[in-house]
Design a binder for this molecule. Sequence first.
Ligand code: GLU
Length: 478
Amino acid sequence: MNTATMIEPSFRESVDMMFNRAVALMDLSPGLEEKIRVCNATYTVRFGVRLRGSIHTFTGYRAVHSEHMEPVKGGIRYAMGVHQDEVEALAALMTYKCALVDAPFGGSKGGLRIDPREWEEHELEQITRRFAYELIKRDLINPSQNVPAPDMGTGEREMAWIADQYRRMNTTDINSAACVTGKPINAGGIQGRTEATGRGVQYALREFFRHAEDIKAAKLSGTLDGKTVIVQGLGNVGYHAAKFLSEEDGCKIIGIIERDGALVSKDGLEVEAVRQWINKHGGIKDFPGATYVADGASVLEEACDILIPAAMEGVINLGNAARIKAPLIVEAANGPVTAGADDILRKKGCVLIPDMYANAGGVTVSYFEWVKNLSHIRFGRMQRRQEEARHQLLVDELERLSADKHLGWTLSPGFKENYLRGAGELELVRSGLDDTMRSAYQSMREVWHGREDVTDLRTAAYLVSIGKVAASYRAKGL
Ligand code: GLU
């Protein structure tokens, strides 16, 4: 069919189409299928804040997709494009994402229609507190019912305001810190949350490259080392993913697409330097030592081994899917590939690592943060020194043996230091995240390779997660 004449569905319809493709291969009753698909509730709030001498009205949403487990979880986004269809699609993806990585939450998502760059910090604080107030008083922010987190346009700062607002309104709630995740460390956050989604993308790719059959399916070979990567969006997710892949795995970042254009360089871009440039100049234009392309989106179509859309939904669509050359796409953003584009890419043989898996690192570490807040103790606090003491015993014994028996053993340089160090919170968080990403990938690939009727990772991911959600509804007797 001529793609130019096809109509692109909305984001929520696109998620529903992918869901329908998967449930067609499952044996669910039509009633349960419908129950899982629909978004349970969406709350819309319009509130006024007096700023710059007049009252400004803002529109915000909190959608709850599935409460098969509570609390429900999902970020709050600040962007001008926020609307009901979008938050509902994103809330559905949260349900499937949490199920896939075994984070014990239902799915939710929120958004505020605002351009955060238009407002001063103290104004944003007022707006955020007011939005939070509206949600808190309806239990749409609550440690046991609904726990937001950062998303596009929000970060630690906004989460700290929300947590503080909740505390003011619930002064005797001992678990108040668990009402939101992605907080700064000094406000009850956890080490490694900010980098978590990007780190998860790196762990996802490392796991993919552990399986020869999967590498072959993407018509690639070898390891991550030397692979060429194009990343779209150098925000929190894209920046960390590109930074870790280039600094730790030997990937070459040959293209970075941002809102004001793209940078390309055959020799590879230094991610940290580009990020510093953006922070200083507000965009990538004039970055030295790379070619600037004004039509940033065209760079999505350049040849590379791995394409990482890490900005927003719908960037790979009916309009450009046929021209995408990358054999492997990692969806670091939520919904970057529309259902129609997904069909085209699959038919071309492109392998897509789906969003609900690829960007699940954020909610996984949010889960750790929530547990930390509820247990009121930092991970590793009890064990760290004890672990070190036991390691010290072993090292002392080896050294004693060597000296007593005149064996002349010397431990290799750095061994003692590395071995003796007990795991702190950051190491534990990374280890938990790595384990989560590995097991979730394996559960998807078992379905991908194990079933004749499943030919792609996205359908496999949906099958695994819908299966878990269905099981939990059935356990409730539904
Ligand atoms: N906003 C992130 C996501 O889309 C994180 C959600 C969370 O940590 O709850 O997955």
